[in-house]
Design a protein. Structure first.
Length: 409
């Protein structure tokens, strides 16, 4: 395992300069880097060409490997793969811990939304419910002002419409994308319907006291999450949990479909074999009837195999399903013969579809969903034939924790 050291970007490092159609690199003393091994290291960092003011760690085991300004002036980082692996492991563990706290907190939030809580408490409850059901980005005033992109904390009344129990969201989000989503929740709809009586440009999660408008900030929402859950969670953990849950559900459905298809193929093969046996048996019966009269037995066996009265052609009485974590245990797919239930090409298609599903609920690309929001353990378990129960007989959070943690839940 790589032993990392903490990088200090305030100290001198390597820099990058434009050189024709490519780049040259300078060491901390300003001298051009010619050493092949060093240049190879810089190339493998894959620093985006659009970055400027690039700083590269002088240490190949520094936890931050490079820093630069992107095309719109935002400071970006490239971390050491070992550092990312450590942080990702903690991130996915934290998402599962958040899942354990949600049933209790949801009840508290419902009481806040329905009751006569003070306005700020109701606004915080609404923010939590929207995070829980839609996993919105938290947003910031700076991004709203500088780029016109919004998140939960900067939504305006004009970004929301309510009809019955259905809340519709439509607003400019990160990276120039337009977020459009639907939340069905009676308590949230009731709260937001009252808010929409305000002017369209009013902050959605706000309230008026003594004629003065007050609005929630990203820090307010994250503090509320920590307070209610009792853990060091943030809005981003909801996105990790939701992305992983969406992918897990997709993988479960794909595995169930693959198993049903495999069972159908096996049945057709058995029936074809039985038909062949019947024809063979009948022919044998006719051939032997003139001399021994013993073909009847052979012909009857062929008929039995075809209509299910003999074992060879009998259809299976049960169909295997993916590993269930609901109230009714399902048969573990990992116990089925691999040749009959799985194939690598189908797995690859299923995983790609799972990442598309995760990306759809998060408003990301499938590549970002896979690298940043979907716990890789559910993909490994899927390849081993284990998924959550596709029937959804328990909550997604409970199913996910049981799948990944097993007896440790």
């Amino acid at each position: 395992m790589t032993r990392l050291r903490r990088s200090d970007p305030t100290r001198p490092g390597y820099s990058r300069r434009r050189a024709g159609t490519g780049f040259s690199y300078r060491d901390p003393a300003g001298q051009k880097v010619t050493e092949k091994q060093l240049r190879q290291r810089f190339t493998e960092l894959a620093i985006p060409p659009a970055w400027t003011d690039v700083w590269i760690s002088p240490h190949p085991n520094g936890h931050i490997q490079a820093i630069g300004l992107d095309a719109v002036g935002r400071r970006q980082h490239i971390y050491h793969p070992a550092w990312r692996e450590q942080k990702d492991r903690l991130k996915f563990e934290r998402a599962l811990e958040l899942a354990a706290s949600l049933p209790r907190v949801r009840g508290q939030v419902t009481r806040d939304l329905r009751g006569d809580s003070e306005p700020r408490a109701r606004a915080l409850a609404a923010a939590f419910r929207m995070l829980d059901l839609a996993s919105l980005r938290i947003g910031s005033e700076r991004y709203a002002d500088d780029y016109g992109s919004h998140g939960l904390s900067t939504l305006l009344c004009s970004h929301v419409s309510v009809r019955g129990d259905v809340v519709r969201l439509d607003f400019p989000a990160k990276s120039g994308q337009q977020f459009q989503g639907v939340i069905t929740d009676a308590d949230l709809a009731t709260y937001l319907r009252a808010r929409l009586r305000e002017r369209p440009a009013a902050p959605l999660l706000s309230w008026v006291v003594d004629g003065e408008e007050n609005a929630l900030s990203a820090a307010d929402i994250n503090s509320f999450i920590k307070e209610r859950t009792g853990g060091e969670f943030s809005a981003k953990d909801f996105r990790t949990l939701r992305g992983t849950a969406a992918a897990a559900q997709s993988l479960a459905q794909s595995l169930a479909q693959n198993l049903r298809a495999a069972a159908g193929m096996t049945t057709h093969e058995d029936e074809a074999s039985s038909d062949a046996g019947t024809k063979s048996g009948s022919a044998g019966s006719r051939a032997k009837a003139s001399t021994a009269g013993s073909g009847t037995k052979s012909g009857t066996a062929g008929k039995g195999a075809r209509d299910g009265t003999a074992g060879a052609g009998t259809k299976p009485s049960t169909t295997a399903t993916a590993t269930g974590v609901g109230a009714v245990p399902a048969v573990s797919a990992s116990r089925q013969p691999r040749a009959a239930s799985r194939n690598r090409r189908a797995d690859t298609r299923a995983i790609a579809e799972a990442m598309r599903q995760a990306a759809a609920v998060l408003g990301n690309t499938p590549a970002i969903a896979r690298t940043s929001y979907v716990d890789p353990r559910i993909v490994d378990l899927f390849r081993a034939g284990e998924t959550i129960d596709p029937a959804g007989r328990v909550s997604a959070e409970t199913a996910l924790r049981t799948l990944v943690l097993g007896d440790d839940v």
